[in-house]
Design a protein around this ligand. Structure first.
Ligand SMILES: O=C(O)CCC(=O)C(=O)O
Ligand SMILES: [Fe+2]
Length: 881
């Protein structure tokens, strides 16, 4: 039989007098029940108008603000009536918490009803929303609908009886006093760029009761598994129709002759999806025995008789036991399985079950919320990351951070992150303003200021500032957060760039550059980290593209230099005696413009763009609630449903057998800083050496940064001076800066192509290694150029290649360290880079402008390339934690 979607059967012959048509219907139902237990029915007696009204109730309810929905939270009672939050269930192992919210409604059972007093399952008064519009109509329509579907369930069971060749009335005792629940469901549209493997509206499961009657709105999403072929078949909505499917209880009674089939919902439509399943279980005391004609003569039934209530209770225990086993397994895992295979481990498959099981969970009166979430939530639990990071992070942190990655994937790339890409890009622009700025204004400074022994002393001052700034802001971002650095560095750079424009002597000029250095040193590492910690894994490659902003900065400086320096500088053969301030204003115009742009950027960052502290920093500080708020803030900014709750994070603590963190409320910032400083004592550094692999990684990364730190400025920073010495006779300042603009513009291609390539199977390490070696080779070749034109061509190619490597390095480093120590690792790397710059600056000032620095630089680039291949961990394919 070729797999085909469940048949659509006309149910009306059941109500008519045409016996042949009726027999035909019975036969079709029989075939479907034997095949996979799924079919759709039209021609029933539930009016379309009632269906529309109840759907409108569902939509009205789910449109309410969260706090109003939570007023009827189903956790407020033990009998499973009320609102269930988005992402509170997880039926399928290896997927994320489910993207659906629901409202459970059942027969109105008052508190003096025997079902309530005897604590029969799922029995009690409904919780009705009071703030929904037309609240009274909401309640009346919901109950009218509930009763109408209950009647239809009776008719369906009558047909089922006929399929078994027994009287229509066979199931009357099961129907009489039967327990049933209906559930209004809302499936928000699933993010398009989200991982389909992980995101489910409802994970693959079978229903537990006797029979389910499902009303779908017009949006696709439901799929049933065709067991023989293993294919998922869409159950397209048919207006007015019901999807009928048998549950596990019916399958058991039918001795497995009839099937309870696996189904799921993935809402990829881009639309909101609503559905209303009605689960019929039956009278709690009904004895479920093997049905007539379901057991071969002479054979024993596969299952002993059981009451509906015991079946539900037993299934509950099974589910509870599974959750316990799962918890134990997590505990064992937490004690580290060194021999785990190098692949993502997903937890053991939880047997698929019905929603009704959770209701029973509540029925047991267990109100401990995280306990309730055990086994229902899932994180990918990346074993390779676990082994690599070892004890540098706790298991709780790692798993929570993975959960945040999932939430970010669900929220997807939206406006918030694109804006963040721009404002973090500002940091890269400013970094270049500073490094490029100082190189550009040094020649005119030399012409104007008296008593300069070595103009490169100002570079030394600047580099000392950079070294201090990079390590200070890096480490501080792990201790007091990412935001202080995010806000302060740009402001300091802006103010002091403007200040530097007004200096009257070389000492003041150098001192101000030292301060600018402390700010610029912190920008880039922190900005990459911030972007990384807000971006979905699918877009992590954008971190590499971030460096393109640096090239934009370079282009701006080059253009300013071209306009101002080429036109408002003393002739290159002047001296302080002949060069007056008024004739040499170009460098001041350049700096003040750079400073002003920095201040505008600062203003945008602080006052226009709103950003919370990053969720991962907050998580590393044990501030779980704040982390939840930060994630949900991003969701709201992107217009997406809020994906995370505190109990989801706490459930991880419970799984690991630790007490959920209770945050100390009301710690002031000063107290937090004090606490962190007390705790610091090098622990962030120690953590970077937690495993053998991590040690190798940390050391190699730092050596690479140090080496590039020497190699990069040796070539790029000293290029203008180098060009000037090499082609002075036939080159004007004007031409120099024009070429410089061309080179900057071409350089942009580096980070952009790197961003595309790191996301391929080459990954970060390979791309970094190859680009370093190729850069080195081109730099060797560069030495042979004879004409300004070929020099320009070479410098463009090397700029492109160098920027390529630089971009990957700046992205790979923060990605490869875990957030609790990311600032320390990245800041130290940046600090070493600047130290390299200092060394380069000293080398340059002592060798003058010869080809020697170029040779040295070339050799270092090749060396770095070789080191890259020794890096033990590839971040491509892993969401940073
Ligand atoms: O919403 C749907 O289409 C299916 C719901 C379902 O399978 C369930 O709630 O058990
Ligand atoms: Fe279901």
């Amino acid at each position: 039989m070729t797999p085909s979607a469940p048949p659509i059967l006309d149910f009306s012959p059941f109500y008519g007098s045409d016996t042949e048509a009726k027999a035909n219907l019975v036969q079709q139902v029989r075939v479907s029940c034997e095949y996979n237990g799924f079919f759709q029915i039209t021609g029933h007696r539930i009016p379309l108008d009632l269906q529309r009204r109840v759907m409108s109730c569902a939509k009205r309810f789910f449109n309410l603000p969260l706090d109003e929905k939570l007023a009827v939270d189903k956790n407020l009672n033990t009998f499973n009536r009320g609102y269930e939050l988005l992402r509170s269930q997880m039926l399928e192992a290896g997927t994320g918490p489910e993207l659906k919210e629901g409202l459970y409604i059942g027969e109105e059972i008052s508190e003096d009803h025997p079902y309530f007093t005897h604590k029969r399952f799922n029995s009690g008064p409904n919780q009705w929303p009071t703030t929904v519009s037309d609240a009274e109509e909401f309640r009346a329509t919901s109950m009218e609908y509930y009763h109408a579907v209950y009647e239809l369930a009776k008719d369906v069971l009558a047909v089922l009886a006929l399929t078994l060749d027994v009287e229509e009335s066979f199931f009357d005792a099961l129907m009489d006093g039967g327990v049933a629940t209906m559930r209004m469901l809302h499936y928000p549209s699933q993010p398009k760029d989200g991982d389909e493997k992980l995101n489910r509206g409802i994970g693959a499961h079978t229903d537990f009761g006797c029979v389910t009657l499902l009303l779908q709105d017009e949006v696709d999403g439901l799929q049933v598994l065709d067991a023989p072929s293993g294919q998922w078949l869409d159950v397209h909505p048919v207006p007015g129709a019901y999807v009928v499917n048998l549950g596990n209880l019916m399958m058991r009674m039918a001795n497995d002759r009839y099937k309870s089939n696996t189904h799921r919902v993935i809402n990829k439509s881009g639309l909101e999806r609503y559905s209303i399943p009605f689960f019929f279980s039956g009278n709690p005391d009904y004895l479920c025995e093997c049905l007539p004609n379901c057991c071969m003569p002479g054979d024993q039934p596969k299952y002993p008789p059981i009451t509906v209530e015991d079946m539900v209770t037993g299934a509950y225990k099974e589910s509870y036991g599974r959750a316990e086993i799962y918890k134990k397994e997590m505990e064992v895992k937490a004690k580290k399985l060194e021999a785990a295979p190098a692949m993502a481990i997903v937890s053991p498959v939880l047997t698929m079950d019905n929603i009704e099981l959770d209701k029973r969970d509540k029925g047991q009166g267990d109100h401990d919320l995280p306990q309730d979430d055990i086994g229902k939530m899932e994180v990918v639990d990346d074993a390779e990351m676990e082994r690599f990071y070892g004890s540098s992070t706790t298991d709780a942190y790692r798993l929570k951070s993975e959960l945040i990655s999932q939430c970010m994937a669900e929220i997807g790339m939206g406006w918030f992150q694109w804006k963040l890409f721009v404002v973090t890009g500002f940091g890269f622009v400013i970094d270049n303003f500073a490094s490029q700025g100082i190189g550009s204004v040094q020649p005119p400074i030399q012409l104007e200021f008296e008593g300069i022994v070595q103009v490169s002393y100002s570079s030394v001052a600047y580099y000392v500032g950079l070294i201090l700034g990079a390590s200070f802001w890096g480490v501080s971002s792990d201790l007091i957060g990412r935001k202080p650095a995010f806000n302060c560095t740009l402001l300091i750079a802006g103010v002091f760039l403007c200040g530097a424009a007004g200096t009257m002597n070389f000492v003041a000029f150098s001192a101000l550059w030292a301060v600018i250095g402390t700010a610029a040193g912190g920008n880039v590492p922190i900005d990459s980290m911030i972007l990384l910690e807000f971006i979905p894994g699918s877009h992590q490659w954008l971190l590499t593209a971030l460096s393109a902003w640096w090239n934009l900065g370079q282009l701006i400086v080059s253009l300013l230099a071209w306009v101002f320096l080429a036109n408002y500088s003393c002739p290159t053969d002047s001296s302080p005696d002949t060069c007056s301030r008024a004739d040499n204003m170009g460098w001041r115009y350049t700096l003040i413009t750079l400073g002003a742009i920095s201040l505008v950027f600062t203003f945008i960052r602080i006052f226009i763009f709103k950003m919370p502290e990053t969720p991962r920093y907050l998580l590393s500080q044990g501030k779980d609630q704040a982390a939840v708020d930060a994630v949900n803030f991003v969701a709201r900014q992107n217009g997406k449903p809020e994906p995370l709750t505190l109990s989801m994070l706490q459930a991880i603590d419970v799984r690991l057998g630790i007490n959920p963190i209770h945050e100390e409320a009301g710690l002031s910032t000063r107290e937090i800083i004090k606490e962190n400083m007390k705790d610091f004592r090098g622990s962030h550094y120690q953590a970077l050496f937690a495993t053998r692999k991590l040690t190798l990684h940390t050391v190699l990364i730092w050596v690479i940064w140090l080496t590039i730190g020497i190699a990069y400025p040796l070539y790029f920073n000293f290029l203008p001076s180098y060009l000037a010495t090499r082609f002075t006779e036939n080159s004007s300042l004007d031409l120099t800066y024009r070429n410089y603009c061309i080179q900057s513009a071409v350089g942009v291609v580096g980070p952009l192509s790197a961003a595309a390539l790191v996301n391929t199977f080459f990954g970060r390490r390979w791309m970094m290694g190859i680009s370093s070696i190729v850069t080195g080779v081109f730099l060797f070749a560069y030495v042979g150029v004879k004409t300004p034109t070929s020099s320009l061509a070479f410098s463009c190619i090397t700029a492109l290649l160098g920027n390529f490597e630089y971009a990957v390095m700046y992205a790979f480093t923060p990605e490869s360290f875990p957030a609790p120590h990311r600032g320390t690792a990245t800041g130290t790397a940046a600090s070493l880079l600047r130290f390299g710059g200092l060394v380069a600056s000293l080398i340059s000032s002592h060798t003058g402008f010869t080809t020697a620095p170029i040779y040295a630089s070339a050799a270092l680039w090749v060396g770095v390339g070789v080191l890259c291949f020794g890096l033990p961990f590839e971040t491509h394919g892993h969401s940073a934690i």
